[in-house]
Design a protein around this ligand. Structure first.
Ligand SMILES: CC(C)(COP(=O)(O)OP(=O)(O)OC[C@H]1O[C@@H](n2cnc3c(N)ncnc32)[C@H](O)[C@@H]1OP(=O)(O)O)[C@@H](O)C(=O)NCCC(=O)NCCS
Length: 357
């Protein structure tokens, strides 16, 4: 008999479980994320409230998981609380037996019990992917419990394009990357740059920038100080750079370790929060170039930047990024009837990246 309850085991076991579930069902060309205990702990498991980190057990055996954390968003001017999550995984031996459905139903019951108004998540847009097939079928069966909010585009900056080429299963993409590796210089930091590592005294200024950014969007994450401190503080898997002149912090960029799997392991980082609005065009390029140079220095082969749209394209192209449209879709599960999603079709979540937390 399958039982669903909050996960309280070893992060290394959960990371290995998720990797095994995904590796089995995706091909090299799908470039899926691959997790370590440290990455998963930073992204989710260090959260003080684990009530929404759901695991399914058959006796003592872990057979499924679906992890979410509370999140507050500004939706069309209204502040509402829900959850954001990811990592829905079911052991291949337990597929098509309703385990995923039980995990989703348990999360929905918890939402009702805690008066949470929505769940936000990302779904792979490739029609052949396990995620797309599962959620398309779920949406057809339960149209009121699933709503598509908008596409997520990736900007990708290849730092070791030649190495990447050998990991890909697609000959045309591999050839393109080999050409790119000859044309693109390695990213470098300019002497006298106003960009420097974040320190704890920058927290309030960064928070203000995020709150101001939230006012400019229909849907944006509203951060609390504790979660933002966790996001911005340097750790073995996460880093923040701020752009600061005499009048204070004007922009910042966070990134975290996010290795992927092609034929083998691909060292990669996600650029998560990127606050550019108050910077000049040159300042935007300076912050992004510095961020990419740091990521390259840490050994990543590629930096990935998810965005709801292609705004600031001139900055990304000038810094060597390549646009990859429609990689995944932002969706909401069990949205409360009173929420106003007007005008949201085609726009995404600002102020939050791929992290569940
Ligand atoms: C996507 C995933 C989580 C689905 O897990 P699952 O436990 O097989 O899902 P369910 O059993 O709840 O539903 C899958 C199908 O089995 C069917 N099913 C459910 N219970 C069943 C039962 N008792 N007997 C037969 N079929 C059943 C469901 O109706 C569904 O069919 P449909 O897609 O035709 O509607 C799993 O395939 C997985 O781990 N994939 C890799 C990771 C991934 O891509 N995750 C998604 C991240 S967004």
């Amino acid at each position: 008999m399958i039982e669903v309850r909050p996960f309280c085991g070893d992060p290394a076991d959960l990371a290995a479980f998720i990797n095994a579930c995904w590796n089995d069902r995706y091909l090299a060309r799908d470039l899926i994320p691959t997790y370590s205990a440290a990455d998963l702990s930073w992204q989710m498991l260090e959260s003080p409230d684990r009530s929404f980190h759901l695991a399914a057990y058959d006796g003592s055996q872990l057979v499924g998981c679906f992890l979410a954390d509370r999140v507050r968003v500004r939706l069309n001017g209204q502040s509402v609380e829900g959850t954001q999550g990811s990592y829905l995984s079911v052991h291949p031996d337990y597929g098509a037996r309703g385990v995923a459905t039980r995990l989703i139903n348990t999360l929905e019951r918890l939402h009702r019990a805690h008066d949470l108004k929505f769940f936000l998540g990302y779904v792979n847009s490739s029609p052949t992917s396990s995620a797309y097939k599962f959620w398309s079928s779920f949406q057809r069966t339960f149209p009121k419990r699933y709503r598509t909010l908008g596409p997520v585009q990736f900007w990708m900056r290849f730092l070791k394009a030649g190495h990447m080429a050998s990991e890909l299963d697609n000959a045309a993409e591999a050839a393109g990357l080999k050409v790119l590796s000859l044309l693109q210089p390695a990213p470098a930091v300019r002497a006298g740059s106003p960009v420097r590592p974040f320190h704890s005294g920058d927290l309030a200024a960064c928070h203000l920038l995020l709150d101001a950014e939230a006012q400019r969007h229909r849907l944006a994450q509203l951060w609390n100080a504790a979660d933002l401190r966790h996001e911005l503080a340097a750790s073995p898997v996460s880093h923040t750079l701020v752009s600061s002149n005499g009048s204070g912090v004007q922009g910042f960029a966070t990134s975290f370790h996010w290795p992927m799997k092609g034929r083998g392991r691909i060292p990669a980082e996600v650029i998560d929060l990127l606050l550019l609005h108050d910077l000049s065009a040159a300042g935007k390029r300076e912050l992004l170039r510095s961020c990419v140079a740091d990521i390259a220095a840490r050994g990543a082969w590629v930096a990935v930047l998810p965005r709801p749209d292609f705004r600031d394209a001139a900055t990304f192209l000038a810094c060597g990024f390549v646009p990859v449209p429609n990689v995944c879709t932002l969706m909401t599960l069990f949205p409360s009837a009173e929420l106003d999603w007007a005008g949201l079709d085609g726009s995404g979540l600002s102020g939050a990246g791929e992290r569940g937390r």
